[in-house]
Design a protein around this ligand. Structure first.
Ligand code: ZN
Length: 302
């Protein structure tokens, strides 16, 4: 497998979930080994933020990279689309502090990337291979990662809510087209009392039924209903993919999450990187470790 970028630059405009303000997003092709880098065009030169776990500022409500003022918020659905389509290198230019929320799913970003085209570069892709199981727990919440060929996830949620309940995504395997088909269209969701509290706090001003599934105590309030019966757990898996993109390299392993969220995903990723011998960097498609691929390098570069 070779590294991939997009074939040409492409833009879209939307609104920020929290600011409610319009923001323009432009994806630019990027050279080999650039990774995924955000650029705030409104914040002067040098305002570049790599999409990496060591740059995560907050995981409340959404994943934010960097710090207030020059940071970038609500990155996870765009990162999920890039991960799901196997894009290694891209520069993401924004003229505001948030990635536009679009319809609350990753589908508009998939559309954008497909419209630009995907370009295979002259360099082998490196992957982060899991060698030993790592697990984190928090009460009834659990996240675990095991060695596995390829990349698979399973996700389980259990909400005491009549419209959600228990939902299981037993075994999603990332392959060409599988993200688009199975996860990309699942929208973010929130409860009416939470949404109202956000509005009172001056947040979530861009949130509406156009970009969020909103539930009251009994039911979904969006007039069009759900896109699929298990849209909630599929969105959780989409969020997980967006968080895993912050490892900086595609993962080779199997991830299992029960009742997770951004904070638990981050804890799992940190535990993975902090456990000696849990990972190695290998060139994709080969069994041998990358010449530069040592744990020390992985931890230093991630
Ligand atoms: Zn989400």
């Amino acid at each position: 497998m070779r590294q991939r970028t997009i074939a040409e630059k492409i833009s879209c405009t939307g609104i920020g979930l929290h600011s409610g303000a319009p923001v323009q997003l432009t994806l630019h092709p990027a050279r080999l080994d650039t990774g995924i880098v955000f650029v705030r065009s409104d914040a002067g030169r040098g305002a570049e933020i790599p999409a990496r776990i060591d740059r995560v500022g907050s995981t409340q409500l959404a994943t934010t990279l960097g710090h207030n003022g020059s940071g970038v918020g609500t990155v996870e659905h765009l990162l999920a689309a890039l991960y799901g389509l196997g894009i290694d290198n891209v520069r993401i230019e924004l003229d505001g502090p948030e990635v536009p929320v679009m319809d609350g799913s990753a589908a508009p970003f998939v559309f954008l990337i497909r419209a630009a085209g995907i370009f295979e570069q002259r360099g082998a892709r490196r992957v982060l291979r899991v060698r030993r199981p790592v697990e984190v727990r928090d009460g009834e919440r659990m996240a675990r990662i095991d060695p596995c060929r390829g990349f698979r996830i399973s996700y389980h949620i259990d909400f005491r809510h009549p419209a959600i309940g228990r939902q299981d995504l037993p075994d999603f395997e990332l392959s060409e087209g599988s993200f688009e088909r199975e996860l990309s269209r699942a929208r973010t969701f929130g409860f009416l009392h939470e949404v109202e509290a956000l509005w009172r706090a001056g947040l979530g001003r861009g949130g509406s039924l156009d970009n969020t599934i909103v539930l009251d105590e009994r039911q979904v309030l969006n007039p069009e209903g759900l896109r699929m019966a298990d849209e909630f757990v599929r969105h959780k898996a989409l969020d997980l993919l967006g968080d895993l993109a912050l490892l900086g390299l595609p993962l080779e392993g199997r991830v299992r999450v029960v009742r997770g969220g951004h904070a638990l995903h981050q804890r799992l990723m940190r535990a993975l990187l902090d456990t000696p011998g849990a990972t190695e960097i290998v060139t994709s498609g080969r069994g041998t470790p990358h010449p530069e691929g040592s744990l020390a390098e992985a931890r230093a570069s991630l």
